[in-house]
Structure formats: structure tokens, C-alpha cells
Ligand binder design. Structure first.
Ligand code: SAH
Length: 347
């Protein structure tokens, strides 16, 4: 049995199997088979439903200096902002009216939001919207902080591992950061009962078939509930400004592989994918994705949450974004729903 058949069959994959699958990228027959199977598995578990998450980018201050990221602490040109608790709650209110039942609080690693401030925000959101899921995406914290956030109501946590290869990790991040700690955070989050999301950029500088195979092996081992992948897109104020962007086609291929590897995974068709290709998100759905994450941040701040260049949907009102996406999703045969959209059979 070849590697693609093993993957479809749900067998435990070895690094060599993933390398074989990655090498098949571009082979039309294999690609077609993978995509077809990925969509079949997606439909078996989630039908034609597409879950939505309202993304609230509540701070772009960051103490880290990830080399690829436009809001890295070392970028003096980033125009910094923070939302107050009241502003965050206004975003939720608007989101609720528009039908969102998951809010994602994402930001840089901003020391202003101490545990105490975070707990206040989490309690307030969960108090006002008890039937909504709350996802956090605020980087690496201590197990104790994660525990406090979870106890005060946070349901899910997104923390992309970025790359599962040590040397590659070191190329993308300053020495103050480590893959070991990032992985530890993911295991902590999992053991605390979060629905956890990992993931990586596709085509980040220094990425190879080897490092991608390591990523897939790590995902197989961690078994996250969500996987966020999108193409790397250069940002003009980073040392990777002149590096080429990742490939849309390869991202789609990996979406299908990940759907088959983790059949019930919550898999977003990301904004980065929609930025590189006008129909990127639709193509993502057709490759096995089942989540979209439109922006709920105040329009006045959106352009400043600039992780990479030319990010889409920075000018539109949240309502416009939701409507636009809803019709785009319907046009490709899926249905945007107003549900929490938990991992299937979540306790
Ligand atoms: N501080 C949080 C949130 C990071 S921003 C954390 O550490 O998890 C969310 C994601 O955007 C990152 O995990 C990264 O994978 C992605 N990202 C950052 N810069 C990018 C770029 N130039 N191109 C594509 N994706 C990028």
C-alpha cells in the first residue's frame, strides 16, 4: 500500500510516508484522489456546515520578535493599539447580532494584559455570552496562567507550533524562543481540557519537505482539535521582506492531507489563503476545510494588525464581511452556520 492509501486508510504514518506524500504534490491523479477523499471525510463528519469564528484582534503590542511577523516587538514602524475591555465587549455584541457563537481573542504577547486583566475580560465575555465559545490566541504562557484562563471560562486555545523542526524554528525566531517550550505549552493546554489548535505557515523561509514532514508527524502525535495553516506572506518591515510567499496550491494539498490525518479536525480556510488568491478561502473549503474566521475587530484598528502585507478585509464593516463570506460559501455548495462549532463529540 502506498503512503496516500495508508493515509486514507487511517494508518499510523511514518516520516517516510509523509515525505512520499509531499513528493506527490503536483501529481494530478494523486492530488485528485486526496482532495476527493478529504472532502468525503469532511462531509461524513460535518456535512456541508461551515463554522464561523469572530476574530477580535485586541492588541498588536508584542514582546516577541518572530522574524516573519509584522507586529514583532522589534518593528518600530508598527502603529500600536490596544482595545479596552469595553471595546472588546462591543465587538462581541456586534458579533453576537451577526450570528457568531465563537469569539477568538487574538493578540501579540502584550504584558499589559496581565492574568488579572485577562481573567476579567474572560469572565465578562463568558458571563454575557454563556452559550458562546471563547478561544484565546495570546501566545506562550505558564501552565498556571493557562489553568486560570480555563477555569474562568476560556474553551479553546490557538497556538500554532510554526514549525516542528528545531533548526527551522531557530531560523524563524530569536534565541529567546524555543520549539521545546512552544510544544510544552501545547501539551499543557491539552491536559487542561482546552480544545487546542496548532499549525504552521506554508512556505515560510527555510521550510523544506523534511520540515513539513516533521510538522505532519507532530500533528499526528499531538492530535490537536484544530489546525491553522496558511501560506507565509512577506511583511515589508521584516528581514523576510524579500522572501517569496508560500504557495496556494501547496496549502490546499496540505489542508487535504491534514483532513485525512485528523478526520474530525476543525480546519480553517484562512485569511492568508484569501489574501494570496481571490478565491483562496473557497478553494480551502473545497480541499477539506470547514471553518472561516472573519474579522470582528473595530475597523479603525484593522489595518494596524498587520502580520503580513496586503491582508484582506481590513476596510469592511464586520457585517459586510459576514454577508460577503456567507454568499461566497453558499456559492460553492456549503452552508455558513450560527453554532459554537465544537470539535465533534466534544464532552
Ligand atoms: N501571538 C499569538 C498570535 C500570533 S498571530 C501567538 O503567538 O500565537 C497568528 C499567526 O499568524 C501566527 O501563529 C503565524 O503563524 C501567522 N503569521 C504571522 N506572520 C505571518 C506572515 N508573515 N505570513 C503568514 N502568516 C503569518
Amino acid at each position: 500500500m502506498n503512503a496516500v492509501e495508508k493515509l486514507i486508510d487511517g494508518q499510523l504514518m511514518k516520516k517516510g510516508d509523509f515525505l512520499e506524500i509531499l513528493a506527490d504534490f503536483g501529481d494530478e491523479r494523486t492530488m485528485e484522489r486526496l482532495t476527493r477523499e478529504a472532502v468525503r471525510v469532511r462531509k461524513k463528519h460535518y456535512g456541508i456546515k461551515v463554522f464561523t469564528r469572530g476574530l477580535i484582534e485586541f492588541t498588536n503590542y508584542c514582546k516577541n520578535n518572530c522574524y516573519y511577523c509584522g507586529i514583532r516587538g522589534g518593528n518600530p514602524h508598527a502603529v500600536r493599539y490596544r482595545l479596552t475591555k469595553e471595546e472588546i465587549l462591543e465587538c462581541c455584541e456586534e458579533g453576537w447580532r451577526l450570528g457568531f457563537r465563537t469569539f477568538v481573542l487574538q493578540g501579540g504577547e502584550d504584558p499589559f494584559y496581565t492574568d488579572e486583566r485577562m481573567l476579567e475580560i474572560i469572565r465578562e465575555i463568558k458571563g454575557q455570552y454563556p452559550d458562546c465559545a471563547l478561544t484565546l490566541s495570546v501566545g506562550e504562557k505558564s501552565r498556571e496562567s493557562y489553568r486560570l484562563f480555563r477555569e474562568s471560562g476560556a474553551d479553546r486555545y490557538l497556538l500554532r507550533h510554526e514549525t516542528a523542526d528545531e533548526a527551522h524554528y531557530g531560523k524563524l525566531h530569536p534565541q529567546t524562543m524555543s520549539l521545546k517550550h512552544r510544544k510544552q505549552c501545547l501539551y499543557d493546554l491539552k491536559s487542561l481540557g482546552y480544545q487546542v489548535g496548532a499549525g504552521m505557515m506554508v512556505g515560510s523561509p527555510g521550510q523544506t519537505m523534511e520540515t513539513l514532514a516533521e510538522d505532519l508527524l507532530f500533528l499526528q502525535e499531538l492530535k490537536p482539535h484544530m489546525v491553522g495553516i496558511g501560506p507565509f506572506i512577506p511583511h515589508h518591515d521584516t528581514c523576510f521582506a524579500k522572501e517569496p510567499a508560500g504557495s496556494v496550491e501547496q496549502t490546499l494539498h496540505l489542508l487535504s492531507v491534514i483532513r485525512l490525518l485528523l478526520p474530525r479536525v476543525l480546519l480553517p480556510a484562512t485569511t492568508a489563503l484569501g489574501t494570496l488568491d481571490p478565491f483562496g478561502r473557497e478553494k480551502g473549503l473545497a480541499a477539506g476545510a470547514n471553518v472561516v474566521m472573519p474579522n470582528l475587530s473595530p475597523v479603525r484598528n484593522r489595518k494596524d494588525y498587520e502580520l503580513y502585507d496586503n491582508k484582506i478585509c481590513t476596510g469592511e464593516e464586520s457585517a459586510q464581511c459576514r454577508e460577503c463570506l456567507e454568499s461566497r460559501i453558499a456559492a460553492v455548495g456549503y452552508e455558513m452556520v450560527s453554532e459554537r462549532g465544537d470539535f465533534l463529540n466534544w464532552k
